[in-house]
Ligand binder design. Sequence first.
Ligand SMILES: Cc1cc2nc3c(=O)[nH]c(=O)nc-3n(C[C@H](O)[C@H](O)[C@H](O)COP(=O)(O)OP(=O)(O)OC[C@H]3O[C@@H](n4cnc5c(N)ncnc54)[C@H](O)[C@@H]3O)c2cc1C
Length: 477
Amino acid sequence: MCEAAHHSEVVGILRECSNKKSTPGRLRIVHRMCLRYYGSDHTHYSRCDELMNLTGYPEGYYAATAVGVFEHPQLAGAERADVCVIGGGYTGLSAALNLAEQGFDVVLLEAERIGFGASGRNGGLIGSGQRKDALEMEQQFGFERSRQLWDIAEAAKTEIRERVAKHDIACDLQYGQIEGVHKKSYTGHAEKYAAALAERYDYPYARALSREETRALVATDDFLEGLYDAKAMSLHPLNYALGLAEAARAAGVRIFENSRVTRYTRDDPSVVSTQRGQVEASFIVLGCNGYLGRLEPRVAGKIMPINNFMLATEPLGETRARELIADRICVHDTRFVVDYFRTSEDHRLLFGGGENYRSGFPADIAAFVRPYMLRLFPQLDDVRVDYAWGGTLSVTVNRLPHLGRLEPNLFFAQGYSGHGVAISNFAGKLIAEAIGGTATRFDVMASLPTYTFPGGTLLRYPGMLLGMLYYSLKDKL
Ligand SMILES: Cc1cc2nc3c(=O)[nH]c(=O)nc-3n(C[C@H](O)[C@H](O)[C@H](O)COP(=O)(O)OP(=O)(O)OC[C@H]3O[C@@H](n4cnc5c(N)ncnc54)[C@H](O)[C@@H]3O)c2cc1C
């Protein structure tokens, strides 16, 4: 290459390296060019260092804004531990951290990277209560049990707040959430619900909003009224997962990435195998959720993996972002295929909408999600989409989480049904409590009824598809 061409290419590289808007894919190319010109000694380009750590994460806004990505080794050879945790999402990380704090010797095995699954890709909304509202829970289980489950969900919110504070996790924790009511037949519920929470659940933080009040906080004409919850929260999901991992590592947990578990024995101790290593452990914790695959057929039929999608717009500027959604509160609506959104620290709209029920993602995720965004915010028609990504979560038949014990030494938690940021994190803690000998709260969650999807793992999709079509049609009526 002639000197001038070489020079302009190098200038281009430098510009890309300092351009915060570059996507991870583009930066990876730049990184390879840097290596070609400068060899491995180019640590002064800090974005390149970040990038090397980001390898193995799906491209998206969260990966592009991740902080504290630490590369953990792959399991090779034999390890021994009290507990082997499988899965590096909130369930697994929280179980590992809480166990290590109780004095257990813990190994965590993650098939890909920490937070690679739903925990590093979700909307970041932390709602109050369980996935079903407290009045529905009362109808199903009576007041006493509903209150117990509400208290557990409140403790789950507290656990997140305390973890963020204790480990100083930079995950942009924000307060305030609105449920926007999109359908006439659902109006009136917000007022009744807020009153019930205040009177029977000692929760005075929710209040009903009129259409005008809702419109003043969220610039959409779609909502007929709203339910404002001052103590619900939101956060940057991947950075929270990375913060938990760092806390777990500091507490002594040995974390291995790119270490997919292929099988485990049902003995005591169990032997957990990956392609290149083995862990002998007295207990196993299974936290694979929507990414479980065929690892544990005894629980696979209780959940349905579904894919959900998000986008991040270009930065809107502080004024436009605040006009769109006030006070950086987060929002979801009452649709069955729920729309959920909030603004980011750098004033983008992060919008989740649309899902599919097969193994692949749409080829153009941005084009798939954008119509959902424009249905609520037609004023964003001129706005560019910078990132779009998808993730897999798991739902249960009754939309309640599925926790349990398959063997005296094998615990699992899964099926948070789209309401898992706080509950999966807490499920990990409850499993740690149970292994430590106090199973009271674990038992409350584990006693929730669970059902097998009709058709099991092979035939559950056709039935699910029909069900989903029915409910999404109901959304429109
Ligand atoms: C797009 C999207 C938006 C969402 N939005 C919200 C929201 O706003 N609010 C909310 O409350 N919930 C939301 N959820 C749900 C929430 O993210 C999940 O409930 C939660 O993250 C589940 O955590 P988890 O640790 O159980 O599972 P995951 O985070 O999926 O972690 C499972 C991990 O197990 C690993 N694994 C799988 N198999 C193996 C194996 N054989 N060996 C080793 N490791 C293995 C996977 O690689 C993965 O990292 C959303 C989910 C998605 C996908």
